[in-house]
Write a protein that binds this ligand. Structure first.
Ligand SMILES: [Zn+2]
Length: 188
């Protein structure tokens, strides 16, 4: 927002102006930054919303949300091992395709698992690859784990917890390492 954040303008005035411009939207949320996050019910509403440059006499800029308008799914398909970026997928609302690879004695080899990004808020149930109808599962990324306190949901750079060794309960990583170095080495 250019001058004054939208959060400082009367919500009644903003709501009235919005109803004039795009009719009723699904939901409106005021973010901590002062921006407004809106969910709309149709593509035409989204187009009208993106054109708005003034709301209740306040100059504004509207743009699609960077991550909320996409979603990721997982498919398994042998036919795509050699040509994972096939154009046929792109025409089905897919914006990005990433094939998982695995180590094969020093070099990477494509697997039959692909992570596909759709430019929609929910994934398609199936995707067509030639005459094949491949089911799409929701992609759930690995949870973020902290290597300092070993808990989930944050990284070690932002950790405020106590350092814990991942291998020995009740030990710090330093104690664990020290103990390891003091242990007599087994020789054959
Ligand atoms: Zn932590």
């Amino acid at each position: 927002m250019d001058d004054k954040p939208l959060s400082k303008i009367s919500p009644i005035a903003v709501d009235k102006a919005l109803k004039c411009a795009v009719e009723t939207v699904k939901s409106i949320k005021c973010l901590r930054s002062g921006d407004l996050l809106m969910e709309v019910g149709s593509a035409s509403q989204s187009r009208s919303l993106n054109k708005i440059n003034n709301l209740a006499a306040c100059p504004v800029t509207a743009s699609p949300h960077r991550t909320l308008n996409t979603c990721k799914g997982v498919i398994r398909c042998r036919a795509l091992i050699d040509c994972p970026k096939d154009k046929e997928l792109k025409s089905q609302g897919v914006t990005d395709i990433n094939i998982l690879t695995k180590d094969d004695s020093g070099s990477r080899r494509n697997t039959n698992t692909l992570i596909i990004t759709f430019h929609t808020a929910s994934i398609s149930k199936h995707i067509k690859i030639g005459y094949l109808r491949i089911p799409v599962e929701l992609y759930i990324p690995n949870p973020l784990r902290c290597f300092n306190c070993q808990k989930f949901g944050h990284g070690q750079k932002t950790c405020t917890g106590r350092e814990i060794c991942a291998k020995r309960t009740g030990w710090t990583q330093r104690q664990s390492l020290q103990q390891q170095n003091e242990m007599p080495q087994l020789r054959r």
